[in-house]
Design a protein around this ligand. Structure first.
Ligand SMILES: Nc1ncnc2c1ncn2[C@@H]1O[C@H](COP(=O)(O)OP(=O)(O)OP(=O)(O)O)[C@@H](O)[C@H]1O
Ligand SMILES: [Mg+2]
Length: 409
């Protein structure tokens, strides 16, 4: 049988860089904005939101990438968990999913079967229906989902809208890029690999359900652009970093999309989701969120009120042995360096070791939710999410006293 190399490195490290995206998207021809398109790609949000009636909107996203683990079944689980995550990051609930498959047809089809089985099981756990897909004969494996969710237009959680004084909650540990890089060369301790796989296969549905019970000013999921990259978007910093024109002047109306290329990551191992709860519970019951989320976002976009943040590295959750992987073996990713370069002087480090900096720039696959919540409720929200068994943490706060991100011990 043909010698195959299933995992050459992938996951969210395979995304094109934010600077490249900015340059291309800002040059798309301007289109008249449909008033029912509540969220497009002009704020780099997690998914598009389109209102179909007074109290109902659809949320659309898609994600696919090459394998970052050696086990096809686990890869399918991780890719599906990652693809659906954007729906929960918007405050929605996924209802339908379509498979996106690229696969070399000369390979053993059981491999593809295992990938799709892993994906289908996660779609079922989400309470959504797998209802089709599209399959291409390709040189390399890539897999993911196109997902549609539902949401009340008055309860959309955008990635912008954070306010000074908000505390920042992160619901999963960091370090999937670093750990999978170590795993690809078989240098990862099984304990850290297991931990990373358990985290990547855990649906953000459960943390999102807790967040839906509280007032949340902004929410996103942490993926390829790293914690610092996605936080900078939450603070409205992206355009200052890239110098690209304001999308409201020139942005088009394409609802969104993804790219997958090739990069450096891997691993293997197993681990089922440990947070089993009733499938399809969705995000009903949020009494506090109103359309302030959509409107408050424009405050940041206009640049009229620059926001910054303070992050405390001692509170940032991370996988075992990440420090050793970085300091002793230099298992860092090319896209971590890309993220560092892209953010430039928007990030200021005080007393922050190199490994901690790398952790904050590390591209995450199926990372956790990052939410900005009012200070008064932050501890309670954290306690509730911790009850799910998630290693979540309050990692910093939003401030109007800075226009950049200060990282301290
Ligand atoms: N090819 C594309 N065409 C149009 N918009 C795109 C394209 N690729 C990405 N985008 C948009 O750019 C923004 C950032 O994309 P990105 O894939 O980083 O979204 P994300 O949700 O933050 O990432 P992830 O899916 O990893 O969580 C999103 O609004 C997305 O819809
Ligand atoms: Mg996202």
């Amino acid at each position: 049988m043909e010698q195959i190399e299933f995992c050459k490195g992938g996951g969210c490290t395979a995304k094109l860089g934010p600077d490249i995206l900015d340059r291309v998207l800002s040059r798309l021809p301007a289109q008249k904005r449909d008033p029912d398109l509540l969220v497009g790609f002009d704020t780099n949000d997690d998914a598009a939101v389109y209102r179909v009636s007074g109290d109902r909107a659809i949320v659309q996203t898609l994600d696919f990438f090459p394998p970052m683990v050696d086990d096809p079944y686990l890869f399918g689980q991780i890719a599906a968990a990652n693809a659906m995550s954007d729906i929960w990051a918007m405050g929605g609930r996924p209802v339908t999913a379509l498979n996106i498959v690229c696969f070399p047809q000369s390979w053993d089809l059981n491999i593809l079967g295992r990938i799709m089985q892993g994906g289908a099981e996660k779609v079922a756990e989400a309470g959504a229906s797998l209802c089709g897909g599209h399959s291409i004969n390709d040189n390399d494996v890539k897999y993911g989902l196109s997902v549609t969710g539902l949401i009340d237009p008055a309860r959309v959680l955008t990635n912008v809208g954070a306010r000074a004084g908000d505390r920042l909650i992160l619901t999963k540990p960091l370090g999937t890029g670093i750990v999978c890089t170590a795993g690809r060369v078989k240098a990862a301790d099984p304990a850290s690999m297991d931990e990373a796989i358990r985290s990547m296969t855990t649906l953000n549905k459960y943390a999102a359900k807790v967040l839906s019970r509280y007032e949340v000013h902004a929410c996103t999921d942490v993926t390829g652009f790293s914690l610092l990259g996605h936080l900078s978007e939450m603070l409205g910093m992206k355009r200052r970093a890239s110098g690209s024109p304001d999308a409201e002047d020139g942005g088009g109306q394409v609802a969104g999309g993804r790219q997958a290329g090739q990069t450096d990551q891997t691993s293997d191992m197993t681990l089922p989701d440990s947070t089993g709860q009733t499938a399809g519970a969705g995000l009903a019951g949020n009494s506090n969120q109103t359309d302030h989320a959509v409107q408050a976002g424009s405050r940041n976009q206009s640049g009229s009120s620059p926001l910054g943040a303070v992050l405390h590295t001692s509170t940032v959750p991370h996988f075992k042995w990440v420090r050793e992987f970085v300091e002793e073996d230099f298992f860092i990713t090319a896209n971590g360096q890309r993220n560092r370069n892209h953010l430039g002087d928007l990030v200021e480090f005080h007393n922050t070791a190199f490994w901690q900096q790398e952790l904050l720039f590390d591209p995450q696959t199926s990372g956790g939710l990052l939410a900005a919540v009012p200070n008064e409720i932050a501890d309670e929200v954290l306690t509730e999410i911790k009850k799910l068994g998630l290693p979540c943490s309050l990692i910093g706060e939003v401030t109007d006293q800075l226009d950049h991100i200060l990282v301290t011990a």
